[in-house]
Design a protein around this ligand. Structure first.
Ligand SMILES: [Zn+2]
Length: 224
């Protein structure tokens, strides 16, 4: 360890956010990262799981991948990022996402050539100042996949305030897609999937624009 690094480490020690043990570099320590209750990438497409297929309505998607259920540390970090703009939470989420994405790639389950991130409506982007999907997934996959800026979102009521039926109606006309996706294999990315209404509405537009394959992807799936 260089003298400068040793000095920084002494003055500003790093602790794992899960077990609070001292660590060499900022972030989750290796044992805590492997102990997080993430979906097992070797199980492949999550839509093949009966419990997930029963809960999420994604008829326009060919597959689904995600990090884990929306609870515990993942829920806490997502809330800290979205509601309190904590950049530290974005770093931790990127660490988890990079780990999970590498595992999915190693399993050769998905074959995609471009990504589309679910956008925020303009007014929400202005008040929040960033799109949390870009801050997390975008930063992890941008070196491997082209991120296509083809999807935009109109002003709609927040999905959390609506019941299942209202969500479907709300989402049906929420997006606009400009561009030709003929033959493309798309990774469609959101932060949390609750019913599937949002991501499926976007997938439907990708399909109409010619996409050959569409994989839905999220940091978390909301449990029942
Ligand atoms: Zn730890």
């Amino acid at each position: 360890m260089s003298l400068a690094r040793a000095l920084t480490h002494t003055l500003f020690p790093c602790y794992c956010p899960c077990c609070h043990c001292p660590v060499d570099a900022q972030g989750i320590c290796a044992p805590c990262l492997s102990a997080l209750p993430l979906f097992a990438p070797d199980q492949g497409n999550l839509l093949l799981r009966a419990d997930i297929q029963a809960q999420f309505n994604l008829p326009c998607c060919d597959g689904l991948i995600a990090c884990g259920w929306y609870r515990g540390m993942l829920k806490r970090w997502l809330c800290e990022l979205k509601l309190r703009q904590r950049s530290h939470a974005a770093c931790l989420l990127r660490q988890v996402i990079a780990h999970q994405w590498q595992c999915y790639c190693a399993e050769k389950i998905i074959d995609v050539d471009a990504a589309i991130l679910i956008p925020l409506p303009r007014h929400r982007l202005i008040t929040r100042g960033f799109n949390q999907v870009m801050q997390t997934w975008g930063r992890v996959i941008e070196t491997q996949l082209t991120i296509l800026p083809v999807l935009s979102k109109r002003m709609t009521p927040a999905q959390q305030s609506l019941n299942r039926r209202a969500r479907l109606k709300n989402q049906a006309q929420a997006f606009r897609l400009e561009g030709d996706l003929t033959g493309r294999q798309i990774l469609l990315v959101d932060d949390v999937i609750t019913t599937g209404a949002t991501i499926n509405a976007a997938a439907q537009l990708c399909r109409r624009a010619g996409a050959a394959q569409i994989w839905a992807c999220a940091t978390c799936l909301t449990p029942y």
